[in-house]
Design a protein around this ligand. Structure first.
Ligand code: RTP
Ligand code: MG
Length: 196
């Protein structure tokens, strides 16, 4: 009887050892499988970098001009404060008085529009302050901050709503696309004149 009991206990112990080994093997295998899936899935592998890449690619520059009407009305300081408060970094700036040729060249896309002469007359009537602004989504966000072209229709908390006079003397200019921004920034600034 005792012999049978001993054989039974030995068999039970052997069975337990086998089960524990099988569970350990299984657990090990599944964690190896998981790590090989993680290593071969490029989406997972790049997850940490993805967000910062997207954020970096959104950093843009745009050209801002404080037009002669606003400079004459001494509104340039208040306008710059609004720009900075909205999160833009001013990476270059200069004051110039545009010649007839420069104004016609800068606004050449409007040369056949009825307001072209009035616009060129305004833009050559006194100094302008050109600024390169930098921020994520700078082009779109600065257009929003400027407000509608017609100062009377611009929202009251926008630059044109606060400081514009009419549809031509509307205080500020802003590039309308990243491509325009590149052209317009080059129009006023050499590479070495822009802070990195
Ligand atoms: P901007 O180029 O100066 O940032 O202004 P915007 O995109 O809002 O307007 P856009 O159509 O490009 O016109 C350029 C500038 O021309 C003058 N304008 N006058 N009297 C008028 O009907 C009229 N329409 C436009 C404005 O000075 C406008 O900013
Ligand atoms: Mg425009």
């Amino acid at each position: 009887m005792n012999v049978f009991k001993k054989i039974g206990s030995a068999f039970a112990v052997a069975l337990m050892v086998f089960s524990v080994t099988a569970i350990a093997d299984d657990g090990e295998k599944s964690s190896q499988e998981q790590s090989s899936v993680a290593a071969t899935n490029p989406d997972d592998a790049n997850k940490g970098n993805e967000k910062s890449d997207k954020e970096q690619s959104k950093t843009e520059r745009t050209l801002c001009m404080i037009k002669p009407d606003a400079v004459k009305n001494h509104k340039d300081k208040e306008i710059e404060d609004m720009i900075k408060a909205a999160g833009f970094k001013v990476v270059a700036e200069k004051e110039i008085t545009m010649t007839q040729e420069q104004a016609e060249e800068f606004y050449k896309e409007h040369k056949d529009r009825p307001f072209f002469k009035t616009l060129v007359a305004l833009m050559t009537s006194g100094p302008i302050k050109a600024k390169v602004l930098e921020k994520e989504n700078a082009v779109k966000d600065y257009r929003k901050l400027m407000g509608a072209t017609d100062s009377a229709k611009a929202e009251k908390d926008t630059i044109r709503g606060k400081f514009g006079t009419d549809k031509t003397a509307n205080a500020v200019h802003g590039s309308d696309s990243p491509e325009s921004a590149e052209r317009e920034i080059k129009f006023f600034f050499k590479d070495g004149e822009i802070a990195n």
